[in-house]
Design a protein around this ligand. Structure first.
Ligand SMILES: Nc1ncnc2c1ncn2[C@@H]1O[C@H](COP(=O)(O)OP(=O)(O)OP(=O)(O)O)[C@@H](O)[C@H]1O
Length: 268
């Protein structure tokens, strides 16, 4: 066959397929031509020095930011960009780098807000206490209770969130994200600012959510000990570009990664 007529085979898409994504803010290139795949059932960590583009990438996947270039596919479907609601409805959940809870509301109420997109009855039906709406509300409360039990938050269930220590507040945030029943959960520095005991606890519940609930997890984390412990695979960004992608041990020993982090140590 004439080489000119050879058809390039279609690339096989990963479960979440990030293809040549670039994000710019004015003159700042936050993410440049980054591609990687997330396999169903894994814990994948995204690491890299401050400002490497990790949160921007997560924001593109969760529909918060629009990429100027590139495409995303989730479960074989092209993801429309900059639509957090669409991403959530497709089963992509997330937490944010800074606490984003309703501080005056109880733990249970916060977790219930995670189920808003799963609610079918209108607010009016709930307000009028129609039987179907009541049944639905009961089911949502039961689901919220299950998540609270899963994360060991029963004792503080009715407390206002602002009265809880920081480590527990971060766990409530995770509970709210789990309440939405995501298949893919994006966690942006869920252990930032935690002491080592709380970090250990948070790592444990993340691994349990992955293993027991079958949720695929993409995690941004700075603590290399945690990354090595919990990740099946690691993607490394530096100045917006992907510099490594592989098993944790291989990535840790990768000369390009060592150089990126050594550069950081020398600059400090
Ligand atoms: N909304 C925005 N507007 C303007 N610039 C932004 C915005 N979001 C991110 N940036 C810039 O894009 C670059 C990458 O930022 P990003 O937050 O994605 O990095 P990061 O790897 O998550 O950093 P960190 O570890 O410090 O959270 C930085 O230079 C940042 O200042």
């Amino acid at each position: 066959m004439n080489a000119a007529h050879a058809v390039k085979p279609e690339r096989e898409l990963a479960w979440l397929d990030v293809e040549a994504v670039s994000v710019r803010f004015g003159g700042v290139r936050a993410v440049t031509d980054v591609s990687f795949g997330v396999h169903r059932g894994e814990v994948l960590s995204i690491i890299g020095p401050n400002g490497a583009g990790k949160s921007s990438l997560l924001n593109v996947i969760s529909g918060v930011y629009r990429a100027q270039q590139g495409r995303l596919h989730f479960e074989g479907q092209l993801l429309p960009q900059a639509s957090p609601r669409d991403a959530a409805q497709r089963g992509i959940g997330r937490t944010f780098q800074n606490l984003a809870l309703f501080r005056g509301m109880s733990v249970l109420e916060n977790v219930l807000t995670g189920r808003v997109l799963l609610m079918r009855s209108s607010m009016l039906a709930h307000a009028a206490a129609w039987p179907r709406a009541q049944r639905e509300e009961r089911a949502h409360r039961e689901a919220a209770h299950r998540v609270i039990d899963f994360l060991g938050l029963q004792r503080v269930r009715d407390m206002p969130v602002h009265q809880l220590p920081y480590g527990l507040q971060k766990r409530v945030e995770l509970a709210r994200a789990l309440a939405a029943e995501p298949r893919l959960l994006l966690l942006d520095e869920p252990m930032a600012g935690m002491n080592s005991h709380d970090k250990h606890e948070m790592s444990r519940v993340i691994v349990e959510a992955n293993r027991k609930l079958g949720i695929t997890i993409v995690l941004i984390e700075h603590d290399m000990g945690v990354v090595m412990d919990v990740s099946d695979r690691v993607v490394v960004l530096d100045y917006g570009k992907k510099i490594a992608d592989g098993r944790p041990g291989a990535v840790r020993d990768d000369p390009a990664v060592v150089a990126a982090y050594l550069g950081l140590a020398q600059a400090a």
